[in-house]
Write a protein that binds this ligand. Structure first.
Ligand code: B1M
Length: 217
């Protein structure tokens, strides 16, 4: 298993779709927990790639290619994760999920959505680059229990606060819990903008969401 996880990580970093998909398939076939494949394999590889990018060892086109390989590998792993969903599990609460305006990073947000679904949440995923106007409209229309805001750029993290301020202006703030996340987001930031919850990764997002709807972990 370890070897295939390493092959999967290497394939993501090198943007090798065939080797990546084959390793993901072998891991799935061997019965490895899809959450572990995603968190300990695929997410870690993308973080390493980001560090290489920072050091100038890879460039934007290579990162774009790796993101495509991530999606192809995810297409192998995510259905296995979703198949684990127990229809009888609580909480049956709706989460509206979005990557905030100006931000096109959605791989992590998609992972959060998949793990929430597996844990019994209904998820309305608004996609990426989503404005406060659209989020407000979705909350008014769908009345979710939670809105989840993802941001991956230091320049877009402040938009999480913009959304919260809009919710206050629209009189919606006490009707919905706000959960924030994304690599540059910190618990201190979440507290500063008076978000109701912060999660560092997708499994943690599930724990936080359960708490926010009043369920024990
Ligand atoms: Co971008 N990028 N990128 N990028 N990119 C980062 C974020 C960066 C840190 C890379 C670096 O320099 N080391 C850097 C930001 C620096 C900064 O802000 N200070 C950066 C940059 C600069 C840029 C561009 C500006 C580059 C350019 O054009 N010159 C540009 C911006 C475009 C835009 O958004 N407007 C850009 C573009 C891209 C691609 C399109 C090529 C691609 C994204 C493809 C896509 O998402 N469809 C991309 C990628 C892949 C990355 C890195 C390498 C990997 C991100 C990723 O997918 N990780 C990234 C490096 C890094 O993050 N260290 C980088 C895997 C994913 C599973 O993890 O998203 O962190 P993550 O999600 C985690 C947790 O954060 C958490 O759970 C997830 C699962 O564990 N989480 C939540 C996420 N959302 C959550 C929400 C929650 C709770 C938890 O509650 C609601």
């Amino acid at each position: 298993m370890r070897e295939d996880l390493e092959i999967l990580k290497r394939s993501l970093i090198r943007a090798d779709p065939d080797a990546g998909v084959a390793a993901a398939q072998r891991l799935v076939d061997a019965g490895v927990d899809p959450k572990a494949i995603l968190e300990e394999g695929m997410a870690v590889a993308m973080f390493e790639l980001g560090e290489m990018w920072k050091r100038g060892e890879v460039f934007l086109p290579e990162v774009v290619a790796s993101a495509e390989v991530f999606k192809r590998c995810n297409a192998v792993v995510e259905p296995v994760l979703l198949a684990q969903k127990d229809e009888n599990t609580e909480p049956n609460a709706l989460v509206v999920l979005a990557t905030v305006k100006g931000d096109l990073h959605d791989l992590g947000k998609n992972m959060v959505g998949a793990m929430l679904r597996t844990s019994g949440f209904d998820v309305h995923d608004m996609g990426k680059d989503v404005s406060a106007d659209k989020i407000v409209a979705a909350i008014q229309e769908m009345r979710p229990q939670i809105v989840g805001l993802s941001a991956l750029l230091t320049t877009t993290v402040p938009y999480q606060e913009t959304v919260i301020k809009r919710l206050v202006q629209e009189g919606l703030r006490d009707q919905v819990k706000v959960m924030v996340g994304g690599a540059p987001v910190t618990p201190e930031w979440a507290e500063k903008i008076q978000a109701d919850g912060y999660a560092n990764n997708a499994p943690e997002a599930v724990e936080v969401a359960r708490k926010l709807v009043g369920l024990a972990q």
